[in-house]
Ligand binder design. Structure first.
Ligand code: IPE
Ligand code: IPE
Ligand code: MG
Length: 246
């Protein structure tokens, strides 16, 4: 089936988030070092980003490095940080050509200086692009994000800038890294694992979850189109009954 032609462009998910998993297993299957899997994963990133831009998806968020990933061997962490810098340098053209704005969520201050500098540079250079927002989750952990949010709100209540009675869901949204993004509509995880791994816990409250066995380096826009087609054929009830929706 040609999924691309069967996607309803008027009902696209406004925000797609992807847990890009399986780089290490891809490399192992081929007898390569894990680093080769991460390297190959960047090809999948480019193809999926372009695929989203082609369709008109407004927000794509990619889980690139979690707070827990800092616990991997130093060599692998270094490789990932180096790949981040080289990809940012290389892909600035892809972002410009497709009118994509780069954004990031996570604890950016914990990144190596060079990676942080390159990231902020590309964010600044693409700030006026409007077709799509590509958010990279880097040194991101949802629990850390929520903890920060609670601290900020507590401080504002203490100083009188906010009153306890006005704290509602929108105030919480305003204090998350994702403050400028809509809720996630579709969450995809590759590699066959069926877990969230500390990604966007608050933001996926009503997201449709889609798991595929494809390892991230093999993932391409056609696979994404299939996920979107699948998403469009689900009934999102948000607590209501099916009858109420029609
Ligand atoms: C995802 O692939 C990339 C990152 C988490 C940075 P993995 O490196 O987790 O690959 P597997 O899960 O070991 O196959
Ligand atoms: C989640 O993948 C993080 C990213 C994709 C960046 P992991 O491979 O780190 O997740 P777990 O540890 O297997 O749950
Ligand atoms: Mg993994």
């Amino acid at each position: 089936m040609n999924y691309r032609d069967n996607i309803d462009l008027n009902k696209l998910p406004k925000h797609i988030a992807i847990i890009m998993d399986g780089n290490g297993r891809w490399a192992k299957q081929k007898g390569f070092l894990r680093a080769a899997g991460h390297e190959e994963g960047t090809t999948a990133v480019r193809d999926v980003v372009e695929g989203c831009a082609e369709l008109g998806v407004e927000n794509l968020t990619l889980y690139a490095f979690s707070t827990e990933n800092w616990n991997r061997p130093k060599l692998e962490v270094d490789t990932l940080m180096r790949l981040l810098v080289s990809s940012l340098k290389k892909e600035i053209k892809t972002l410009a050509d497709n009118d994509i704005k780069l954004n990031s969520i996570g604890n950016i201050s914990s990144l190596p200086k060079k990676a942080k500098r390159e990231l902020l540079d590309v964010i600044e250079k693409t700030a006026s692009n409007t077709r799509m927002t590509l958010t990279l989750a880097l040194s991101y952990g949802s629990r850390e994000e929520i903890t920060n949010c609670v601290k900020q709100i507590a401080n504002k209540v203490k100083s009188g800038e906010l009153s306890e009675d006005t704290v509602d869901e929108s105030v919480i949204n305003e204090h998350l890294y994702t403050r400028n993004l809509p809720d996630v509509d579709l969450l995809i995880r590759t590699s066959g694992e069926q877990r969230i791994s500390n990604f966007l816990l608050w933001q996926i409250a009503y997201a449709e979850l889609y798991f595929t066995k494809i390892l991230w380096p093999d993932y391409r826009r056609e696979n994404l189109f299939e996920a979107i087609y699948n998403y469009q054929n689900r009934e999102r009830r948000f607590g209501k009954t099916s009858e109420q929706l029609s």
